[in-house]
Design a binder for this molecule. Structure first.
Ligand SMILES: [Ca+2]
Ligand SMILES: [Ca+2]
Length: 185
């Protein structure tokens, strides 16, 4: 007698926390599923909404994952293979500066489907170096002073706020000196 799927499978999913540029294995503790039918139906996971700032792959790329592309995403996998560790499913962060991501997984027993949105928290790291993107120099008249305005020097850092960026004077001027003045207001 052919088995008939009467019961919805049970599906629980945990959220993911990775450090920026990091990765996390999505094992059967993160994605726990159970079919209540006897004999149990084959349970499949389908990635319905892919992460925007990462990839879901079925192998460990160890050192070379920074070159993953959207083509490395898998769109489905079998729960039994996951729980028996025949496959390992990974979330890889794409090394961007985004701190939140999410993806949607659907569990299906062939008849019934249950979806979970899995939220990814990305712990930022300060790995980007600051850049000076414009330096117009400063012109000053003899015996007078000139302000080092943002026109003279601008610095940028994609992962460090401006109030945490410091200019360090490495070589002092030979025909003048620097003064720190409080700006009114
Ligand atoms: Ca960063
Ligand atoms: Ca930085």
């Amino acid at each position: 007698m052919a088995s008939i799927s009467f019961q919805e499978p049970a599906f629980e999913a945990r959220n993911v926390t990775v450090t920026e540029n990091g990765f996390m294995v999505l094992d059967d503790i993160f994605l726990s599923a159970r079919d209540l039918d006897k004999p149990s139906d084959k349970l499949m996971f389908y990635i319905e909404e892919f992460p925007l700032h990462g990839y879901i792959t079925n192998r460990n790329y160890s050192g070379s994952y920074k070159w993953l592309t959207r083509d490395d995403n898998i769109d489905s996998f079998n729960f039994e293979e996951l729980s028996k560790r025949y496959i390992s499913i990974w979330y890889y962060h794409d090394c961007s500066e985004n701190t939140r991501d999410q993806f949607t997984i659907r569990l299906s027993d062939g008849i019934h489907s249950i979806r979970h949105v899995i939220y990814v928290q990305i712990v930022p790291i300060n790995d980007e170096i600051p850049t000076v993107r414009h330096s117009g120099g400063v012109s000053v008249k003899r015996d007078q002073s000139a302000r080092l305005s943002p026109f003279a020097i601008i610095a940028d850092d994609v992962d460090t706020p401006n109030d945490q960026l410091y200019f360090i004077i490495k070589a002092k001027p030979q025909a003048g000196y620097f003064l720190r003045k409080k700006v009114k207001g």
